[in-house]
Design a protein. Structure first.
Length: 175
């Protein structure tokens, strides 16, 4: 019972460990790129799932008490809240923390250099669009957002005036 409620480490040791691992993971995921967050394939998903196991001992040390676990959780939630709040208030900090969107497709052209930078193939881009119910021909632009989501801007739909104008041009050419 003593081990359940008695901290095995000083509270400040727990706080430093938790914040250091949190900030380290943020940095690693930022450097790894948006692909890690998009979870495009099984390998990426497995890596993300195993990260928590890998860093567990770095956070808890030899700590197995209930208050120690709750303290670690409270530190993570508070640290995350403070970073999100800071990013909300400071645009430059948000850009530094999250990065910016990467254009993968625009005006009928795949941006091969950007795909290569994000370690994606053309087929992975097409598959991601299909999951959204679209094809490359349906969109003007596709961006990979900093949080790993795809933002596809559909081509504008023709309205009746556009159709009638096109029909008149065809009739003029024929007549």
């Amino acid at each position: 019972m003593h081990d359940l409620v008695h901290l095995g480490l000083p509270w400040w040791d727990k706080a430093i460990r938790t914040l250091a691992v949190y900030l380290g993971l943020l940095l690693l995921l930022r450097v790894a790129g948006k692909r890690q967050l998009a979870q495009l394939n099984t390998l990426d998903l497995v890596v993300l799932l195993l990260l928590s196991n890998v860093v567990q001992n770095a956070i808890i040390g030899n700590e197995t008490s209930l208050p120690g676990g709750l303290l670690g959780a409270a530190i993570l939630i508070t640290g995350n809240y403070l970073l999100v709040r800071l990013a909300f208030r400071n645009r430059w900090f948000a850009r530094m923390l999250n990065g910016t969107a990467t254009t993968l497709y625009e005006n009928g052209h795949v941006q091969h250099r950007n795909l290569e930078h994000e370690l994606m193939t053309r087929q992975e881009l097409v598959s991601a669009l299909r999951r959204e119910g679209m094809e490359l021909d349906d969109v003007e632009r596709v961006d990979l957002e900093p949080e790993g989501t795809f933002n596809a801007q559909p081509k504008p739909k023709s309205d009746i005036e556009d159709v009638m104008a096109a029909l008149q041009r065809i009739e003029q050419r024929l007549g």
